[in-house]
Design a protein. Structure first.
Length: 212
């Protein structure tokens, strides 16, 4: 399952409009999981493994931890599928579970290594395209990855959910459990910090490529 390639930044929109003739929608899979259908859980697991692993790796900074956390998230989905009320997208609900799991893990970590290992990253997931201008002025994806890795966990989560997964601020607020204005504030500070970090890494013009 870990070998699948992640979807693009449009993952959220695409996943909510699956071809009904080819795949069950996320909502249908959740209904089947409520009925304890293990094949439905496997299908949802395969659909979300790479997006979840990418997001969790960004937040925790550790590949092994991210992989374990994916399993923990899907176990929660299995145990609590009946609690999904349909007030949000299934993807928003699942990413919210992942965010809370990741933040609990981060709170237990005593040290954080800011050195982003590009080799580990490329083994984990294939970087996606379509980042809506975030990397237009950055020559090296590895450099940007290092810069994002130096943000706080909360700022990394907002950047990842916005640019790589295509969530709206309203959806991110639901995922991370805070007001929408707080999400906007975190994004503002994340962008400002990214500019500083990229400039410090020798990319004096990189900050101009980050969205306004």
């Amino acid at each position: 399952m870990a070998g699948h390639h992640p979807k693009s930044a449009r993952f959220v929109a695409e996943n909510e409009n699956e071809n009904e003739n080819e795949k069950d929608s996320d909502g249908e899979l959740i209904k089947r999981i409520v009925e304890r259908d293990r094949e439905a859980l496997t299908a949802l697991y395969e659909r979300y493994y790479c997006p979840l692993q990418r997001f969790l790796y960004r937040v925790t900074g550790d590949l092994d931890t991210a992989q374990e956390c994916v399993n923990d998230v899907m176990l929660v989905v299995w145990d609590r599928a009946s609690s999904f009320a349909g007030r949000s997208k299934v993807s928003t609900w699942i990413m919210g579970i992942a965010y809370r799991k990741a933040m609990k893990l981060r709170s237990r970590q005593h040290k954080w290594n800011f050195r982003f290992k590009a080799a580990d990253w490329h083994e984990a997931v294939e970087p996606t395209t379509g980042t809506e201008g975030l990397t237009d002025q950055v020559a090296s994806r590895e450099l940007l990855s290092r810069a994002i890795g130096r943000l706080t966990s909360k700022h990394r989560a907002v950047v990842e959910l916005t640019y790589y997964f295509g969530y709206s601020y309203e959806e991110i607020a639901a995922i991370v459990g805070c007001p929408e204005n707080t999400v906007k504030t975190r994004m503002f500070h994340a962008r400002a910090r990214l500019k500083e970090i990229l400039q410090g890494l020798g990319q004096q013009d990189a900050g101009d490529g980050i969205g306004s």
